[in-house]
Design a binder for this molecule. Sequence first.
Ligand code: SF4
Length: 176
Amino acid sequence: MFTLKESKNGHFSFLRSGGMNKMTYVRIGGLNDLSFVDGKGICYSIFFQGCKKRCDGCHNPEFQPFEGGLKYTIHEVMKPIIDKRYWYESVAFIGGEPLDQPKALLKLLQKVKELGLQRWLYTGYEAEEIPKEIYDLCSVIIAGEYIKELSTNGFPASSNQKVLYLEEGEKNCPIT
Ligand code: SF4
């Protein structure tokens, strides 16, 4: 059974009642259905809520606390992407820290890959720390903590971060 609940910030979420369920949930701080800067072409950006890194100068400090944002099922996150699939070339997983919710991230990456869209992962972890099953599902990974003193005011946000293009031809991606 589902009930629709409105949160303080006006977002709606579906709540389940009764019985056990093994749904995977993801805590999301924000969604941008029209980004031109987070991925290739028109990009749907998913801002995960919660990050352990706490980098000095973080651009999205509101996404650091794990108790913020709203809880969604994978289906709820995917539905607007599926409905407007032909608008998009890519989906960005950004935050906050997507890798701090690895089970949900993995499921979303799988679903987005099934749609044939690129998957861009922004993480404060180093590339070597990313679980292989997640790494293998990404098209592009921007890896490493943000270091204010190394800020580029561009892409990537600080010069220590590594940009890994994991699909053929992506070195010519216009975002760079
Ligand atoms: S890893 Fe990213 S989201 Fe987390 S604190 Fe650092 S800059 Fe902010």
